[in-house]
Ligand binder design. Structure first.
Ligand code: AMP
Length: 282
């Protein structure tokens, strides 16, 4: 595996590979890698000739500075995992390399409704940061294919919007959420949970299953209330337990029995904020 720290080194290597006709896949991450991340790399390896992974903890997407400070960094273990699964290139840039003019004065992206709802509402500025880093990374890597996780459902929609509005020639692949054997969605943030909190965290998955079981045409208010009440009783501080149209993310108060629907949850256990989601319809 080749490891590059600068844009210049990375592009010097990738340019000739593309000229040879190799199809490239890109998997952006913030490190503290787990099997969920590796499943994206596996998909890229299957679909492309050359897989590039990046590890960059992007300061502009953390609306909470404490979350940024406490974000786990495990580079040497990450490198071992990437070597084991045979990723071709690791890009490990510094903040200066990604934001040569500093992190202030970054472009603003018009994300419309997506920025007003769910993660957009509860994490002001978060998706601006996501777009700033992804726009830059996609311009640097110039990959043919981009692999992202359904775990970050709204983020996938934001990136799809970015690709379309900025005419970025990368095809987005959305990879299903990988879960622990008990159902908890894998996440770098899980590392920050105590043993007890880790047990409690499972309630998010259980709630999503329950929401799926309860779904029927009619008012959804009760389902959402039950979900919030269950999580609160378990000790969570719930940002939201919502049901939305799976294509637009418009929040649904009623379900007509036909529209594709997705349940989305964001909740804190102690200081750790976890998110998860589940498609409610086929
Ligand atoms: P992160 O390092 O958290 O920014 O995540 C990097 C990529 O991995 C994003 O596209 C995430 O959606 C994806 N990802 C994170 N957790 C999972 C998971 N449990 N299953 C599949 N993909 C995931």
């Amino acid at each position: 595996m080749l490891i590059f720290h600068t844009v210049q080194q990375l592009q010097k290597y990738l340019g000739p590979q593309r000229q040879k006709g190799l199809i490239t896949g890109f998997v952006p991450t913030m490190g503290a890698l787990h099997q969920g991340h590796l499943s994206l790399m596996e998909e890229s390896k299957k679909a492309t000739d050359l897989t590039v992974c990046s590890i960059f903890v992007n300061p502009t997407q953390f609306n909470d500075p404490k979350d940024f400070e406490k974000y786990p960094v495990t580079i040497s273990t990450d490198v071992e995992l990437l070597l084991k699964i045979g990723v071709d290139v690791l890009f490990l840039p510094s903040v200066k390399e990604i934001y040569p003019n500093g992190t202030n004065d970054q472009p603003h992206y018009d994300l419309g409704f997506l920025e007003t709802v769910l993660e957009g509402k509860y994490r002001p500025g978060h998706f601006q940061g996501v777009c700033q880093v992804m726009h830059r990374l996609l311009e640097i890597a110039k990959a043919d294919h981009l692999f992202m996780g359904q775990k970050d459902y709204q983020q996938c929609m934001v990136i799809d919007h970015l690709i379309n509005t900025k005419h970025i020639p990368a095809k987005l692949h959305i990879v299903p959420t990988l879960r622990e054997t008990d159902g908890l969605a894998m996440s770098s943030r899980n590392m920050r949970l105590t043993k007890e909190e880790r047990q409690t965290a499972l309630a998010i998955f259980q709630t999503l299953i329950q929401m799926k079981t309860e779904l029927q045409p009619g008012a959804l208010q009760k389902i959402k209330e039950n979900a919030t009440a269950f999580l609160t009783a378990k000790g969570f501080r719930v940002d939201y337990a919502e049901i939305a149209h799976a294509d637009s993310l418009a929040l649904l108060d009623n379900w007509n029995g036909n529209d594709p629907a997705v349940a989305l949850i964001a909740a804190y256990i102690g200081e750790v904020r976890l998110i998860d989601n589940m498609q409610l319809t086929a």
